[in-house]
Design a protein around this ligand. Structure first.
Ligand SMILES: [Ca+2]
Ligand SMILES: [Ca+2]
Length: 286
């Protein structure tokens, strides 16, 4: 019994010891678990560190790039300033070119003006020369539309009147339009009132075919008195202005006042020849 009791006691002590041991053992187990967890975390940290290391390489590159960019920005700014300067220069050059073009145009205009002035001077001189050379009407003649006219207050046959005009270097007047005809009436009226007067129209060459003393045909204008020309008694081949200021054919050998005309500056040969023709025709027996 005693031995059993001793053993039992021993067992109880062992049990106590065991109990005492189990506590640190549990602690150890917990520590071991903690260690394991720590190891896992450490591994994770290590991986993170690797990742960071791997990241640091491109980051360094980025930093270097940033430095490079900073260094580049300085010349870039300089380039931008240069570019601005170039733009301003280009604007100035354009303005200068425009000025140059303006100058050229001005120079051309100036030359043109000088030439125009020279031309104008020459024209003025020529006109002055022509003015001096332009034959004015002889004494007693009056200018109308570039032709000189004179109303004679002496009575002559048609052929004698034509000859008198020829002596002045002209012909009997040939009013080819209403304005000239009206002018002749007023010119004659001023000299001898409402009396008939010869002018340069006749049908001596061909009966009924009236022509001017320069050989030209009558044309569109006429101022015949109603019923004229009637070639009365078959012997009316010369034309006069009657007292009603209208045209009438009359015998060429009758004596009436007359109006002559002279074209200034025109050679007299034509007029003279025609006058001769008229004279010759007029001399024919009626
Ligand atoms: Ca006739
Ligand atoms: Ca008549």
């Amino acid at each position: 019994m005693r031995q059993l009791s001793t053993t039992l006691d021993a067992l109880k002590r062992d049990q106590d010891n065991m109990r005492q041991l189990s506590t640190p053992l549990d602690a150890l187990k917990r520590d071991q678990d903690d260690m394991r967890q720590l190891s896992t975390a450490l591994d994770a940290l290590k991986r993170d560190q690797d990742d960071v290391r791997q990241l640091s390489t491109p980051l360094d590159a980025l930093k270097r790039d940033q430095d490079d960019i900073r260094q580049l920005s300085t010349p870039l700014d300089a380039l931008k300033r240069d570019q601005d300067d170039m733009r301003q220069l280009s604007t100035t050059v354009d303005a200068l070119k425009r000025d140059q073009d303006d100058m050229r145009q001005l120079s051309t205009t100036d030359d043109t003006l000088k030439r125009d002035l020279d031309k104008e001077g020459s024209r003025t001189a020529a006109l002055e020369q022509r003015l001096h050379e332009m034959p004015s009407c002889p004494t007693g003649y009056t200018m109308f539309r570039g032709t000189c006219y004179k109303a004679f207050n002496t009575r002559k046959t048609f052929s004698d009147a034509a000859a008198a005009c020829g002596e002045d270097g002209g012909t009997l007047a040939m009013p080819r339009d209403a304005e000239t005809d009206t002018f002749l009436i007023s010119l004659h009226s001023a000299v001898s009132g409402k009396r008939p007067f010869w002018f340069g129209l006749h049908d001596q060459r061909e009966e009924g075919s009236f022509e001017w003393v320069d050989g030209s045909s009558l044309g569109t204008y006429n101022s015949w008195c109603p019923g004229e020309p009637n070639n009365n008694r078959g012997r009316e081949d010369c034309v006069l202005h009657n007292s009603e200021d209208e045209w009438n054919d009359a015998p060429c050998n009758r004596k009436y006042r007359f109006i002559c005309q002279i074209v200034p500056g025109r050679p007299l040969a034509t007029g003279g020849t025609l006058t001769t023709n008229v004279l010759r025709l007029s001399d024919h027996p009626q």
